[in-house]
Ligand binder design. Structure first.
Ligand SMILES: [Zn+2]
Length: 181
């Protein structure tokens, strides 16, 4: 794990201001009340949700009123998140947009803010926890523990551990993933 990812300590939370980082699932769910809190998201998330007229209207008002900040994380932060994702086996489940969201959350956390990622994506929730960033879901209750995904072959039962392989090197079958218990 890169240095600095563990720098959020629980006792500091009370005096920090909280920022909620939204992914696409959070915006599409459309239950976000922008009037009461501070929010942030990335341009890549907006490009995934703005085709929906009702989401677009809500988002535009929130951006105009300064309640929703839209910013891109640095490539360095994205690379750090990718490294953590690779180590947990979540990398193959995360899109570039997902990495952006997590990298933005990481940057806000390092800037001294209390960060909460709002997402219904289990891999995003898992990674956020690995980086000591809080997360809540819109629809499903959040996962309660961190998960590492093991790659295995459903046909010949070969196991590949944490891997980004998609096809079994022994029998050619499509590989599956399961959480380590
Ligand atoms: Zn196989």
């Amino acid at each position: 794990m890169p240095d600095g990812l563990r720098n959020v300590s629980a006792k500091d939370v009370n005096r920090k201001s909280t920022i909620y980082v939204l992914d696409s699932t959070a915006l599409i769910a459309g239950q976000t009340d922008f009037s009461k809190k501070e929010f942030a998201t990335t341009p890549s998330v907006l490009s995934e949700v703005m085709h929906d007229e009702s989401v677009k209207n809500i988002v535009e008002v929130a951006v105009d009123s300064g309640q929703l900040e839209v910013s891109s994380p640095s490539e360095t932060s994205i690379k750090e998140v990718e490294e953590v994702a690779t180590s947990t086996g979540d990398r193959v489940r995360l899109s570039r947009t997902d990495l952006d969201v997590l990298a933005l959350a990481l940057e806000k956390s390092r800037a001294g803010l209390d960060v909460v990622v709002i997402s219904d994506d289990y891999s995003i929730q898992n990674l956020a926890r690995r980086m000591a960033i809080k997360t809540i879901g819109m629809i499903h209750p959040g996962i309660r523990k961190q998960v590492t995904w093991i790659t295995y072959c459903p046909m010949c039962r070969s196991e590949y551990g944490v891997s980004s392989l998609s096809v079994c090197t022994k029998c050619g079958a499509e590989l599956k993933r399961r959480p380590v218990k």
